[in-house]
Design a binder for this molecule. Structure first.
Ligand code: GDP
Length: 305
C-alpha cells in the first residue's frame, strides 16, 4: 500500500489521460496508439522507451488483429514488465550481501547534491542495521559541511559509526579510514557518501578512481556496488545526470528517490531501459521504510492497476 500511495500522482495523471484517450473507443487503433505514445512520453518514460513499448503493442495488435481498449491496461502492464525484465536481468536483491565476498560489502554512493543521497544512505544504514548487519558510514562528501553533518546525524539516529575527517579533507582518506575501520571491526557493510560535483567531470572521475584505489588495499574487489542516486521528480533531468555519471564511472545500481509527490514515476522505466543498470531501490517518502527494494512486477502492477 505504501507503494500505492507513493506512486499515486503518477498513476492518477497516467490513467486520467489514458481514460480520455480511449473514451468512446472499443478498439486499439492507430489513433489510440498515437495518444498512448504521447501519454507515455509526457509521463517521462522517455522517447526511445515509449517507442519500444508502442512497437510491442503494435506487434500484439498485428498478431491478435483486434485488441480491445478495455484490455489496454493489462497489455501495457505485460509489455512493460517484460521490457523491465530484459533490463534487470542481473536483478540485485536489495538489503542483500552477496556470499563469498571479502568483507565488508562496500557501497560507493554517487549523485548530485539534493537528489537525496545522504537520506538514502541513512535509510540504507537503518534497514541493514534492522536486519542485524553491522554498518559503518564514510562521510567522503567533504565538499559540503552540511553533507558531513547530516550523515553524522543519521549515524546518531540509527546508531552506526560515521567516519569523518571534517570539511575539505581528502575524500579518499575518509573512504580508506571507513573501509579500514569496517574491516577491523568486522562490519558487514560500509557505505561511502561522495561529493556530487558533476559540473567538474574530470575532478569527479579522479576523485572516484582515487577512492576506489585506496579502498582496494583492504578489499580487492571493492567497491562491490557503485550506486547512483537520482531524483525521480526531476524527470528527464535525472536521465541527463545518469548519462553524465555513467560516463564518469562504472555505475552498478540505481536508487531513484522522491517518486512520491510526482507524476513523473514513469522515469524509472525510461532510466532502466536506457542504461540497463538495475534499479535497486526506490524512494517513496521521507521515512526509513520509504526506501523500498525495487520490484519491477509490483512497480508495474501498481502503476498500471
Ligand atoms: P543530498 O544533497 O543528495 O544528500 O540530499 P538529501 O539526502 O539531503 O535530501 C534532500 C531532501 O530530499 C531531504 O529533505 C530529504 O528528506 C528529501 N528526500 C530524500 N528522499 C526522498 C523521498 O524518497 N521522498 C521524499 N518525499 N523526500 C525525499
Amino acid at each position: 500500500e505504501k507503494l500505492d500511495q507513493g506512486l499515486e500522482k503518477t498513476k492518477e495523471s497516467f490513467f486520467s489521460k489514458l481514460g480520455k484517450a480511449v473514451a468512446g473507443k472499443s478498439k486499439v487503433d492507430d489513433e489510440v496508439l498515437d495518444e498512448l505514445e504521447e501519454i507515455l512520453i509526457s509521463s517521462d518514460v522517455g522517447v526511445e522507451t515509449t517507442v519500444k513499448i508502442i512497437r510491442r503493442i503494435e506487434a500484439r495488435v498485428a498478431r491478435d488483429l483486434y485488441l480491445n481498449t478495455a484490455e489496454l491496461d493489462q497489455i501495457l502492464r505485460e509489455e512493460t514488465t517484460a521490457l523491465l525484465a530484459e533490463n534487470n536481468l542481473a536483478e540485485i536483491r536489495g538489503f542483500h550481501i552477496p556470499q563469498g565476498i571479502t568483507k565488508p560489502y562496500t557501497i560507493l554512493v554517487v549523485g548530485v547534491n539534493g537528489v537525496g543521497k545522504t537520506t538514502t544512505i541513512g535509510k540504507l544504514a537503518a534497514q541493514y542495521k534492522a536486519n542485524g548487519k553491522k554498518v559503518v558510514l564514510g562521510a567522503a562528501d567533504t565538499f559540503r559541511a552540511a553533507a558531513v553533518d547530516q550523515l553524522k546525524l543519521w549515524g546518531e539516529r540509527v546508531g552506526v559509526p560515521v567516519i569523518s575527517h571534517g570539511m575539505n579533507t581528502d575524500p579518499a582518506s575518509v573512504a580508506y579510514d571507513a573501509v579500514e575501520t569496517g574491516q577491523r571491526e568486522g562490519a558487514d557493510v560500509v557505505i561511502i557518501d561522495t561529493a556530487g560535483r558533476l559540473h567538474n567531470k574530470v575532478n569527479l572521475m579522479n576523485e572516484l578512481s582515487k577512492i576506489k584505489r585506496v579502498i582496494q588495499k583492504f578489499v580487492p574487489e571493492a567497491p562491490h556496488d557503485v550506486m547512483l542516486v537520482l531524483d525521480g521528480s526531476t524527470g528527464q533531468n535525472a536521465i541527463l545526470q545518469a548519462r553524465e555519471f555513467t560516463k564518469a564511472t562504472d555505475v552498478t545500481s540505481l536508487a531513484i528517490t522522491k517518486l512520491d509527490g510526482t507524476a513523473k514515476g514513469g522515469v524509472v522505466i525510461g532510466i532502466s531501459e536506457e542504461f540497463k543498470i538495475p534499479v535497486k531501490y526506490i524512494g517513496v517518502g521521507e521515512k526509513v521504510e520509504d526506501l523500498q527494494v525495487f520490484d519491477r512486477k509490483a512497480f508495474v502492477n501498481t502503476l498500471f492497476k
